[in-house]
Write a protein that binds this ligand. Structure first.
Ligand code: FMN
Length: 198
């Protein structure tokens, strides 16, 4: 099958991309607005960028004609927490993806626990064992597309001791959820080692 991408609608291209670029980790992002109102939502167009400083990138599409609460809050406050979502929290994570009005606190809707961050104001999700506190570096709007590509510097890592092995998160203990196409998700089941050539 050959597909000319110029023939695709936004929705068709999005569906094709989320089924092609798999599996994806989920950045479960917690933010606050200028009044301190909490927000939580998941984003899987997400990747690490660079190491010093440690940076990450998340792509947040606009909702119809306006920006999503996550992008708005990050623009206003310059701070956000990327919480890694363990598989056992996937259903709660999906609840936080609902299109709730700005005033709705998704911590409450999904029954999540806000926990204080070490160096920024937005709280993390207590049910996540790995939280990255970020400060906004840049927001890029590629071309005239209704999408915010958010670049953040990770200023603090929180790792629960229970998931750490030899100073790093253990994939078995972290047990992150992976997003696939459609409404499908996967958990890690077959982890194996392949040494790199020297
Ligand atoms: C697993 C998952 C991954 C998602 N990934 C993205 C994404 O990468 N970019 C995006 O704009 N929306 C994504 N969404 C949709 C947002 O979570 C959704 O639009 C949410 O309502 C945004 O909330 P907010 O307005 O509070 O920021 C995803 C939803 C789910 C369930």
């Amino acid at each position: 099958m050959e597909i000319d991408s110029s023939s695709l609608s936004f929705r068709d291209a999005y569906q094709l991309m989320i089924s092609s670029i798999i599996p994806r980790p989920v950045a479960w992002i917690s933010t606050i607005d200028l009044r301190g109102q909490h927000n939580v939502a998941p984003f899987s167009f997400f990747m690490g960028v660079g190491g010093k400083p440690p940076m990450l990138a998340v792509s947040v599409a606009h909702r119809r004609d306006h920006q999503k609460d996550t992008a708005r809050n990050i623009r206003e406050t310059g701070e956000f927490v990327v919480n890694i979502c363990p598989s056992q929290m996937a259903e709660k994570m999906v609840i936080t993806s609902g299109e709730y009005p700005h005033e709705v606190d998704e911590f409450r809707v999904a029954g999540l626990t806000p926990v204080s961050s070490a160096v920024i104001k937005p709280p993390g999700v207590g049910e996540s064992p790995l939280r990255m506190e970020c400060k906004l570096m840049q927001i890029i709007q590629p071309g005239d597309n209704p999408t915010d590509l958010i670049l953040g510097e990770i200023v603090h890592f929180h790792l629960d001791d229970a998931i750490v092995e030899n100073g790093l998160p253990s994939p078995f203990k972290l047990n992150p959820i992976a997003r696939l196409g459609g409404q499908n998700y996967a958990s890690l089941t077959n982890i194996h080692e392949i040494p790199r050539p020297t």
